[in-house]
Write a protein that binds this ligand. Structure first.
Ligand code: PEP
Ligand code: MN
Length: 304
């Protein structure tokens, strides 16, 4: 061996933040979101539905609320399959101003009707600061979409809302930027933040975006906030949704948000990535059989 050559053993595992004594920790800029501040994982609760903890949360529903029949029928389908939250957009952030923009307040009323019919709490997007109080009056969880992920004035205002905020990762945000976006909400007084990895923009065109599954263990190391995966907007094609959902469970995510439509071919938005009732039912059965291997539990199908 060359005497001048010093062999440095590879460090196989990075020391975890929680192994460092409190007095020696150097707090990152996202101090409230950081696991250094709170080592136990945050669980967000809406009634008896939880995000974080042992139960793998399933949020499902159409991209957008289209009609009373559509949202109630979809809510019943996802409830029966075992979802614990209904999703549906009333305010839609569309790339083109000429595309369908959503039913707005009427859509919120239909979501409230679907909640009344099924008991499922509602997750829906708020796009504009001006609409926060209206959306909060109907929704159980307010979603911030990927395009607004770094809209700091919106995030700050959501800090004074007394409802959980589901914050999506921006198309081009690093994980530290994502955590700093969450920090805006926390610093403004709302501790109930759920992070959602929904795919980032890369050079790849075979999928709509690239699902960054490595974000999950990294975020779990850096933050106590619950983290879910939205495979639908990541892959953009219903054929690839189920494999990525299974991967999300395996990688340790706290849940998923999936687009489900009673009739995907007729969807006004994102039909290509939406699962129909049969595929969603099969996926939920798969998840239930896989979950114990990963020390998780998926809600049973419901007949109510
Ligand atoms: C959505 O979930 O309805 C949505 C618009 O997603 P994203 O913001 O991730 O594109
Ligand atoms: Mn969509």
């Amino acid at each position: 061996m060359n005497a001048n050559c010093e062999v440095i053993p590879a460090q196989r595992t990075a020391p975890s933040i929680v192994d460092v004594p409190l007095e020696e920790r150097r707090f990152p800029a996202y101090r409230l979101a950081s696991r250094m501040t709170r080592s136990s994982s945050t669980v967000v609760r809406v009634g008896d539905a939880l995000i974080g903890g042992h139960r793998f949360a399933v949020i499902a529903g159409p991209c957008s609320v289209e009609s009373e029949e559509q949202i109630i029928a979809t809510a019943q389908v996802v409830k029966q399959a075992g979802a614990s939250f209904l999703r549906g957009g009333a305010f839609k952030p569309r790339t083109s101003p000429y595309s369908w923009q959503g039913l707005q307040e009427h859509g919120l009323k239909l979501l409230a009707a679907a909640r009344a019919a099924t008991g499922l709490p509602v997750v829906t997007e708020v796009m504009d600061s001006e609409d926060i109080s209206m959306v909060a009056a109907y929704a159980d969880v307010l979603q911030v979409g990927t395009r607004n992920s770094q809209n700091f004035s919106l995030l700050r205002k959501l800090g004074s809302v007394n409802k959980p905020i589901l914050l999506k990762r921006g198309l081009m945000t690093t994980l530290d930027e994502f955590l700093l976006a969450a920090e805006y909400i926390l610093a403004a007084g709302n501790e109930q933040v759920i992070l959602c990895e929904r795919g980032i923009r890369t050079f790849e065109t075979a999928t709509r975006n690239t699902l960054d599954l490595s974000a999950i263990p990294i975020l779990q190391e850096r933050t106590h906030l619950p983290i879910i995966v939205d495979p639908s907007h990541a892959v953009g094609n219903s054929r690839y949704v189920a494999p990525m959902v299974r991967a999300a469970l395996a990688v340790g995510a706290d849940g998923i948000m999936v687009e489900v439509h009673v009739d995907p071919e007729k969807a006004l938005c994102d039909g290509a990535q939406s699962l129909g009732p049969a595929l969603f039912g099969e996926l939920m059965d798969d998840l239930r059989s896989m979950a114990p291997v990963f020390d998780r539990e998926v809600r049973s199908p419901s007949s109510r």
